[in-house]
Design a protein around this ligand. Sequence first.
Ligand SMILES: [Zn+2]
Length: 446
Amino acid sequence: MLLPPQALPPPQAPLIAIVGATVIDGTGAPPMADAVVVIRGRHILTVGRRGAIAVPPEARQVQASGKWLVPGLIDMHVHLDEDISPEAYPLFGVTAVRDVGSRLVTLQKLRARAARGEPLPVMYWMGRNIDEGKPSWWGAVAVGAPREVPALIQNMARQGVDGVKLYVRAGPQITRAVIREAHRLGLSVTAHLERTLPSQAVQAGIDNLEHVATLFLEFAPPPSGKQGFGRHFPTDARADLRSPRAQRLIALLRRHQVAVTPTMAVVTLPVEGERMATRLYRGWAEIPEGWRAFWKTRYWDFLTPKGWTARDYRTARQARARYLQMVRLLHRAGVPLVAGTDTPAPWVLPGAGLLLELEWMTRAGMSPAEALQSATGRAAKVLRKEEQVGTVRPGRLANLVLLDADPLQDIRNLRRIHAVFLQGRLLDRDALRQKFLQAKPPPPGA
Ligand SMILES: [Zn+2]
């Protein structure tokens, strides 16, 4: 394994008891009022009602009456290669992320920083994106033929991936070969599709699909040859979600229980830009100057509405309404949804972006409890890491968020963070915020 483990050093006080909070455990079980959660080292030791479980006398007690305790959140779609301040995830209660396409060296560096004591989230890694022909994007790898696939996947497994991801140039044959080999090695597969239809990937056994917009390929294919950000919006804006093809796809996704990561953030914030971002983050998250400067560099041109007319913006908003409608239909049909953002796409702040994503999920008809599940227990299941993260249960990492208000009343209460525990450590959020505000964009050309 080329990746070092991602353990933080154990906390100074080996035993902590969080006493009196209402626990929402991430499994979908009803909240438990007046609970006690005992942490030992990096893990949760016990969870129970006050009086029903023993509180070790030597435990440091954290009084939490009148507060709510939820599992640390999981962002299922981030890109650490481009992220200039990953410490911001835990600042906003996101204690684990799934990287969907970065280089090994990035993960090695970040895990080494965590091992030295930096409070970085638990980082799962889907390896480099898999393309066909030639790599479409910086960090992607490409294969020429299905027979090259087993060696590639075996190599990724040796590097320590937690799953693999198919990318935009992978056609149906490569898709089938990747899924076959990954499953043989016990790895899950997700995809950002463009050359393979969602139904083909589902028939081949895929586990997860990224970006609700890619589902529209099935029933609203964009004109070929068009390039650039937003090329899908004109056809998606007019897509008929009641058409037989759309209905068949939804039924297929449900039957195979393929998870979908909608990523509403990336079809919203990069389009609307600074004005909307400033409004949405006002009062609870600041946008560091370094991030503002970074997002305005040419690096991000591929994801921003350069040269758009008022009509292009209207079209994008119509398409977005269709995506939200699709999320609603998927949810109603019983397709498992998980929360991911595509951080750090323009104006999608690490951590804070996920809290906005969850709000969009509730706007698509999910209850706050269901939205919370999509970033905790269900996300962990799709990651196949439910023994490590995603729930407040004995044996799991002590990744916990203590809130001043009930997130089941209003999902926006996830912004009202009182404290964050990361692998058993109570974080100094003021220090994290200071560090976040000093985020520096990489030098041009780096
Ligand atoms: Zn992405």
